[in-house]
Design a protein. Structure first.
Length: 644
């Protein structure tokens, strides 16, 4: 056969050399569906409903005729016939191409462990991944096939358990178990097999020097679960997997439904300071131990390591995390500051980008391998505890899926501190509260957009701050335990020159979320503006430590505090780290001027006036929230020297 239909990890057609072959996407989906039909045949009207739905049959039939015409032209170009088009039926010529899922037909006769390995390799990508069907029928069929495939993987997994004897085989069992538990954390036979395999893998590694590689271990006489596991039965093939309605896990559908209600956690592989994956086995082994420990706790649904690795390599992590409905991310970074390096971990609540827990661990050779399990247990326990503490916050975010989706889109716009982005975010947040009037995250988001507009326009418009305060108070009224509402109100009070009230409100926000880096950064800003720049600098450094890949406003706050403490070179170094340093052009001008380089300062004066030609120094400096006059005059001096 010259062509192959690829259905796992996407839907595409390839030739014998593995190159993609252009073909109508709807045609490929039709071929996929025909492979699962009796005699590889479907009536035209049924195929039309499958592809486009049955809301308007005339439209579906017109679309089908057009698609079949494109398919015919493309088949003529390829000099082949995948689909035979009849007056009433559409038939697949199964001899004209093969499909990747047909591999399952060929692995049924081989030994259980090689069969499991082959199936796992095939199912590395999801069936029809990223496919967005237009009809309910197609969506239901895709879901059904994925359930059947999950059942087939579990069937092969349980059959292979008694044959596992070697370290590599234990690792295979462990990794497949993690994939199964991602969908159903309450599958007890799979969980027990995972823990047994994990322990056996350790024992094998420790005894490698004392016995021949691959010798059976008395403590690991196969990995048969202590309780009997119900192995599903059924012929292998796309339409021959165990019935989709058969329980996949020990707790059946109920367990899966409960799993969906559990928070989802992704443990990203450790990376070095430069962003590359850490090649050291010790750090990755530690993450594996943490994953196993969390699966044993049954309090979270842990994303399988393969998926987590794909997320870490993706250029747009936020988008893929959102697509996988992940609530928490454990971000791990390795710093080579000592002999073995240090592992920095931070647990991030994705919805509001809050760091709810952070710690560091030595990766020095002495004691790490021996104490790896203890460290993993400590981290897993801390993660589970913090996720439980954060449960109410998470439930508030996800209480209304439509409002939550709009909120996430708004948050994405706020990643850029620009006026158009702030206004787009406000529009999305308003749509969210139109869906759910007391949705606290969106209410606090609106407050943030108003004071950002106040900052970016630099006109001292009091109405913007008044509107911001109203929405911040509404957020607090909607949820008094939600730190972001207090954070926004604290910032607004700062810009209203209510310094004591600002610090008090931000203290409350930090008390509610002690590891929330954004709250700590805002608290640092308030201290710096309240003529306590040294205290502000100390606090912003803590915030940056919690969030090393910090947004520009952290660096802006740090640079401002450095300027007020007359550390001009240090302030400029912080500004240089900003992704968009133009936001700090006025501050850059003042720093260069106070450092004695007026020529450099004038460059930033010109850049500022190009963006804000109506900028008036005395009017602007009057509204900058400094408590003491010395701080205002110090900033004014730098700007005057620069040429404003």
């Amino acid at each position: 056969m010259n062509f192959r239909l690829v259905t796992f990890g996407g839907l595409r057609l390839i030739d014998v050399s593995g190159k993609d072959v252009a073909f109508p996407q709807k045609g490929l989906l039709a071929i996929c569906r025909l492979f699962d039909s009796p005699d590889f045949e479907l009536p035209r009207d049924r195929l039309a409903r499958f592809l486009w739905g049955d809301d308007d049959s005339s439209v579906s039939h017109v679309n089908l005729r057009k698609t079949l015409s494109r398919i015919k032209r493309r088949q003529d170009e390829l000099k082949t016939r995948f689909i035979e088009i009849g007056p009433k039926t559409i038939t697949l010529n199964a001899n004209a191409l093969e499909s990747d899922f047909q591999i399952l037909l060929r692995v049924d006769e081989i030994a259980p462990l090689p069969r499991l390995r082959s199936i796992a390799r095939l199912l590395a990508g999801a069936f029809l991944e990223n496919m967005e069907p237009e009809s309910a029928a197609a969506g239901k069929w895709i879901t059904q096939q994925r359930k059947r495939l999950a059942g087939e993987l579990r069937h092969a997994f349980l059959q292979a358990l008694p044959d596992a004897r070697k370290e590599g085989e234990f690792a295979l069992i462990r990794n497949i178990a993690l994939r199964i538990l991602e969908d159903d954390p309450f599958d007890e036979p799979v969980r027990e097999a995972m823990l047994t395999a994990h322990n056996a893998e350790r024992e094998t590694g420790q005894s490698r020097g004392a016995s021949a590689a691959g010798a059976p271990l008395p403590s690991a006489n196969g990995l048969i679960p202590a309780r009997p596991a119900s192995i599903t039965s059924g012929a292998v093939g796309l339409s021959g997997y165990p019935d989709a309605n058969h329980p996949v896990g020990r707790f059946g559908k109920g367990g899966v439904e409960i799993a969906k209600a559990l928070p989802r956690l992704a443990l990203l592989p450790p990376v070095l300071a430069g962003g590359d994956l850490d090649p050291r086995a010790s750090a990755h082994a530690l993450i594996e131990d943490i994953t196993i420990g969390l699966c044993a706790l049954r309090t979270v649904s842990v994303v399988a390591p393969y998926t987590a690795a794909q997320i870490s390599l993706h250029s747009d992590k936020a988008n893929i995390i959102e697509r996988h409905a992940i609530d928490y991310v454990l971000d791990c970074r390795v710093s080579p500051e000592n002999a073995g390096g240090t592992l920095y971990t931070q647990l991030i609540h994705f919805s509001n980008d809050e760091v709810i827990w952070a710690d560091r661990f030595s990766l020095a050779a002495d004691g790490l391998l021996a104490g790896r399990r203890e460290i993993a247990t400590q981290i897993a326990g801390a993660i589970a505890q913090e996720i439980e503490h954060n449960r109410m916050t998470r439930e508030h975010f996800v209480s209304n899926p439509q409002a939550y989706q709009l909120f996430l889109l708004g948050q994405r716009n706020l990643k850029q501190i620009q006026l158009p982005s702030a206004r787009r975010a406000r529009k999305l947040f308003r749509q969210a509260i139109a869906v759910k009037a007391d949705y606290a995250p969106a209410l606090s988001g609106i407050a943030r957009t108003y004071y950002l507009e106040w900052l970016l326009t630099a006109r001292g418009d009091g109405e913007l701050l008044t509107a911001a305060e109203q929405f911040a108070r509404r957020s607090i009224a909607a949820d008094g335990q939600f730190a972001s509402g207090y954070r926004e109100l604290g910032i607004i009070r700062l810009y209203q020159h209510e310094f004591d009230e600002s610090i008090e409100t931000l203290d409350q926000a930090e008390h509610l979320s002690p590891h929330y880096a954004d709250v700590i950064a805002s608290h640092a800003d308030a201290l710096a503006q309240a003529s306590r720049p040294a205290d502000g600098l100390e606090k912003i450094q803590r915030s940056i430590a919690l969030n090393p890949l910090c947004p520009d406003d952290y660096l802006w706050i740090a640079a401002s505090a450095c300027y007020s403490t007359e550390q001009y070179d240090r302030a400029l170094r912080y500004i240089e780290q900003m992704k968009d340093s133009s936001l700090a052009d006025r501050l850059s001008a003042a720093c260069w001027a106070m450092s004695g380089d007026v020529k450099k300062a004038r460059q930033f004066v010109r850049k500022t006036l190009e963006v804000q030609p109506d900028f008036v120094l005395d009017k602007w400096i009057a509204v900058v929230p400094f408590r003491d006059d010395w701080q205002r005059e110090h900033y004014r001096e730098g700007l005057l020297k620069a040429g404003f």
